[in-house]
Structures are given as C-alpha cells and as structure tokens.
Ligand binder design. Sequence first.
Ligand SMILES: [Zn+2]
Length: 459
Amino acid sequence: MIRIIAFVVAVIVVAAAATWISEPPGRVEIAWGDYMVETSPGVLAAALAVAAAIVLVIAAVVRFVWIGPRRVALARRRRRERLGYHALTQGLVAAAAGDPKRARRFARRADALLEEPPLTLLLSAQAAQLEGDDHAARGYFEAMLDQPATAFLGLRGLLVQAERTGDTARALELAEQAFALRPETPWVLTALLEMQTRAGRWPDALNTVKQALRHGAVSDEVGRRRQAGLLFERARALREQGEVREALRVADEARAADAAFLPAALLGAGLAKEAGRDSAAQRAVIDAWRHCPHPALGRLFLALHADSSAAERLKRVETLVANNSDHAESLMLLANQALDAKQWGMARQHLERAAVECPSAGVYRLLARLEEAETGDGDAVRWRLQQASEAPPDPAWLCTRCASASPAWSIVCDRCGAFDAIEWRTPSRVEASALPPDTAASADDDEQPVPAAAGTAAE
Ligand SMILES: [Zn+2]
C-alpha cells in the first residue's frame, strides 16, 4: 500500500514537473461528439498520469479487499497450528512422563486448536489410560477405528483392554481384525496365535501361521515349527478324546511339517505304540533320533523292547544311536543300557567321554551308579555324587518368558500363556534351583508312559 501511494505521489510530481517544463508552446484539441477539450500537451500528460494513478489505486484497493481477509485467515491458522502442535508436544511429553492431568489438559487444547484428529485422539487415549479412565479411553480407541491412519492403533488399544477385562471373545475378534490389517506385525501374529490356541481353534491357528509365512512375518524355520506344534496340540487333543487313529494321522502331519520337532516325533511314536503298531513306533523313534535325540525317545525305545533281555536291548540301542553316535544323549543312553547289561567297561567308556564333551549332573549320577554297581566303593560313589552336584544341571522343558519348567512341551506355557516359548535346554543354576525336584529327569514321562522296568533299574 505504502509503495502504491509513493508511486502515485511520484507520478503527480513528475506530471507537475512536465507541465511546468512544457508550457507553453503548442495546443492539444480533443473533439468527442459535441464535446471539445482544448489544452496544452503538458496538462494532458499530467491528466493522463493522474488517471493512471487513480486506476492503480483502485486496483490496489480491490486487491486488498479481495485477498486481504484470506491472508489474515492464513496467518491466524498458522498461529493456531503452531500453538496446537506445541500443545500436542507438551501433551505427549506429559504422557511419557506419566502425568495424566497435564497430558489431558494439553490433549484438549491440541484438539481445540488442531485439525489433526489422529494425533489428538492418540494423545487423549493415552491420557485417559494414564488416568485409569477405561471408559473414556475406549471411546477414543473406537473413534480411532474410523480413521485409516489410526485404525490399527485403535484396535491395539481395544485389544489390550479386552484382554485385561478377560473378554476373550472380543479380544480374539479384535486380533483377527488387526491381523487382517497388518499380518506382518509380530505382536498381532503372536496375540492372534495365542488366542486361537487358547480357544482350541487349531485350524484357524494353522491358517494364521500359513498366512504369516506367506507375508514373511516369520522365518521358514519358525513357521514350520509352529505348524508342527499346532498339529501336535490337535493330535494330543484327539488322543485325549480317545481318537487314537485320527490323532496318529495328525501327528504324522506334524512330523512331516518339521522332522526336527521332537514333541511331534515323540507323540507320533507313542501313538503308534498305543495303536499296537510297534514297528511304526520304532521307525519313528529311529528317525527322530537322527534329528533330535532326547531321553524320552530313549525311554520309549526301551519300552518297545521291554520283553527283550538287557543284552538284546543294548544291541538295539546301538542300532538306534548309530546315526548320531557322538551326541550326549546317545552316549548317555548307551551307558545306561550298558549298565543294565552289566557291561561296566563299555558304560565307563561312554560316560567318561560324555563327562569330557558335555558334562551334566545326569552323567555323574550314572557314573555314581556305575561305581556302586561295579566296585561298591562308597568313597567313589560319594565323589561322583559330589561331581553331579557341581556339574551343569540336567536339561528340562523351560519357558523362555517366565523360566518355569514344564513336565512336557506344549505350545502355550501353562504358567504365563506365552506362545511357542517352551524349549528343551539346560537351565542356569538360578533357574535350576527354582525347579521342582526331578523335573528334568522325569521330563515327558506324562507324554509317554514307560514301564518302570525299562531301562532304569539294574538287573
Ligand atoms: Zn511361561
């Protein structure tokens, strides 16, 4: 505006100067109909300059009236946004610092100032959660479902609430919706699998794992193990219902999904034995020993030959371990059977090798048994038992989340509900001290009841 006024003043000054300079000489006449204008060229120039200046001023006024309010509105909006984002930042900081009142106050302020419902909803929900106002938080989470940007977050909030209140049906429904939105997100996959498994919905859970594999949400190895684990649980449920034949078929599917998955091999072999198919059971044990030697497999194998003499069983065991003869479990099983067959030299040879390569309490307990059986030397027995107490604990089925021990593998930890968290491993000393006695030694006995005479007592 100031520039325009300066321009007009300059034009008038220049016109006046031109008039002064150009007077006289010469005249200008303009005839338009009955009108006649007669003037000097200087005055005409000045008049034209003034007319141009008036046009410019009118144009500037029109422009100001037309665009001015928009500029003002834009400036006002920018100021609101600045204040809104500041409130939002303050609110998020307050929420992170665990100050619900302050978070809520800033949430309200940000909501009033900003046209960003996703962000302010998120902050409002957080603030309501911090205050323990579940009802308000649920309202915000539900409002988040309407916005594509926040729908997933809203589902998570509602899911956590449903789980906390024990509404498992609603939680499962929400987990399924979240999985449909983002199947590759690890927490969604885990939550959905845990819920489907707890509900005993094995086909749904299997389908979830297959989809997760397709979306690359889990590695091939984990996907295969989970498929085998779910099929194992289904087979176990069928076995409990007395449907041994169908259980056996599903257990075979589990073994096919992951040959190295011990629980399926163990269950399959046990079911084959229950169905009177001893040779199938034996083949399953021999095949599993190649991938995953385990004391429970050894006990099952010995139970299959319970009617044979100790010497014959020793020969069978030698055949069993032939494909994995350096493994600690192979050495232990051989030594155990050699003890039963009173083959002291052979038992000592295997045990001393096991003690060097993979010492464990179990190896020293067997050595103590050997000292007692072979020489009856009390000092030697006590020394071996002392070594057993100092050696690394025996492995057990342990939950990776809560570290509790289970008598057998299951896809969900009985104690903490973690999915696919139980594994066969050596506990730390701290973990071992918290385990109930004989957890490791008797692991899987409930899975595969083995006659007491088989492979334990010296003959
Ligand atoms: Zn657990």
